[in-house]
Ligand binder design. Structure first.
Ligand code: CMC
Length: 389
């Protein structure tokens, strides 16, 4: 039937109006609330970017202090939720744990919450932004069998995350400022990206009026896939598998072969058809971090640079406008910071939480908001009668 527009993958459907993030894919432009990502990544910290995404303007120093203090009020998890981790196998993928634990937050914040009330929505936003680093670090500690490290509110947001990841009861951990700055930049670059698959998932789940913590858990589930946030982990695994510069061509040829499902991970984007501005910033951070840490001869970084060069000169990638995306370099940076590969996508989830919450809040506050309810083109059997018995 021709009643509905058929648009698989929503390639040409605007699902919503939004004033948060703007992308011009042909020009490689990304703006948060009008500000270019290049300026935000070099002149702001993640807390300022969170404030901007949620409120529409950058904070002055009083507003920033207040914001940071409120986030700190919410960094702890309910002790019952801490126990929740124990139900998982130790070797569970951290994203599986994140989906479960973040979803379980809805059991703690539900009865007394009214999503029609802006104050309640704001409080949920603070809780989510504050608790995600704690949950992410606990997912890691659980996986490696170390005791949980509780948040330390004397530290900044990003330093606190690194502290919860890497401190042990036996050893203090003082985050290196270069590492903290690089991690902060990773968070800024992943903070929002308009109506990507996970954000659209959060909006769709939230459009029914569902609990926001459960909706964010749905976003985490969607982010996990290798075509979306899981690409950073998949990209690093791919680089490890290639292993040597001499084998790059073999993998490029596989990526071009229509009969081989293999794709070059960290390459291509639905919207960016010229370059991904986040990839440029991430490549720059990668150079900085590896130089500062004395890792400039890093095997995988050299391999990545060479792979990028060869792909960018190849007709297949040129004609299909396939460029490195943010995930191509973020894995190498995270690895240099000591984050294990299996945690890369969880770090992405932690960063994207502010974007999900800002978009959810924008949707709920929109007077035109309706439940999301796509239609379909039915291709099944027409009406028929059951056989006579
Ligand atoms: N390697 C080889 N070929 C590719 C790749 C790739 N990475 N990406 C796209 N193509 C080809 C694809 O086979 C198709 O060819 P054809 O037109 O002959 O069938 C053409 O390029 C267009 O691809 P598509 O799958 O129709 O494009 P899409 O907009 O649906 O998919 C994408 C975008 C990002 C899912 C895809 O490029 C991809 O799978 N990339 C690898 C995974 C990845 O790096 N994802 C991270 C995206 S950025 C961060 C995030 O969103 O989380």
């Amino acid at each position: 039937s021709g009643l509905f527009t058929y648009d698989p993958g929503f390639v040409s459907t605007a699902s919503s109006k939004s004033a948060i993030t703007f992308i011009d894919g042909d020009e490689g432009v990304l703006l948060y609330r009008g500000y270019p990502i290049e300026q935000l990544a070099t002149r702001c910290d993640f807390m300022e970017v969170c404030y901007l995404l949620l409120n529409g303007e950058l904070p002055d120093s009083t507003q920033k202090n207040q914001f940071v203090t409120t986030v700190k009020n919410h960094t702890m998890l309910h002790e019952q939720l801490v126990k929740f981790f124990g139900g998982f196998r130790r070797d569970a993928h951290p994203m599986a744990v994140m989906v479960g634990v973040v979803g379980a937050l809805s059991a703690f914040y539900h009865e007394a919450m009214d999503i029609a009330d802006a104050i309640h929505r704001e409080e949920s936003a603070f809780r989510l932004i504050a608790k995600l680093p704690t949950i992410t670090a606990m997912a890691y500690k659980y996986n490696i069998g170390q005791p949980f490290i509780y948040p330390h509110n004397d530290l900044g947001y990003t330093e606190n995350f690194l502290y919860m990841m890497f401190a042990t009861p036996a050893e203090k951990y003082v985050p290196n400022p270069i590492i903290a700055r690089a991690m902060d930049r990773i968070l800024i670059l992943h903070a929002d990206h308009e109506q990507n698959a996970s954000t659209s998932t959060v909006r769709l789940a939230g459009s029914s009026g569902a609990n926001p913590f459960a909706c964010i858990s749905a976003g985490i589930a969607c982010l996990w896939g290798p075509a979306h946030g899981g690409a950073n982990e998949a990209c690093l695994n791919m680089l490890e598998e290639i292993g040597d510069i001499s084998r790059i061509n073999e993998y490029i040829n596989r990526a071009k072969d229509k009969n081989d499902p293999f794709r070059l991970m960290g390459f291509g984007h639905r919207v960016y058809k010229n370059f991904d501005p986040r990839a440029n910033l991430m490549r720059e951070t990668c150079h900085e971090v590896l130089n500062e840490l004395g890792l400039h001869n890093d095997r995988l970084f050299k391999l990545a640079l060479e792979l990028e060069k060869i792909a960018l000169e190849d007709d297949y990638f040129i004609s299909k406008k396939l460029y490195p995306n943010v995930d191509f370099y973020s894995g190498i940076v995270q690895r240099a910071l000591g984050i294990p590969t299996s945690m890369f996508t969880s770090v992405f989830a932690m960063a994207r939480t502010v974007g999900w919450v800002a978009q959810w809040n924008e949707m709920i506050s929109d007077p035109e908001q309706k439940i999301g309810r796509p239609r379909q083109l039915y291709i099944g059997t027409p009406r028929r009668d059951m056989p006579k018995s």
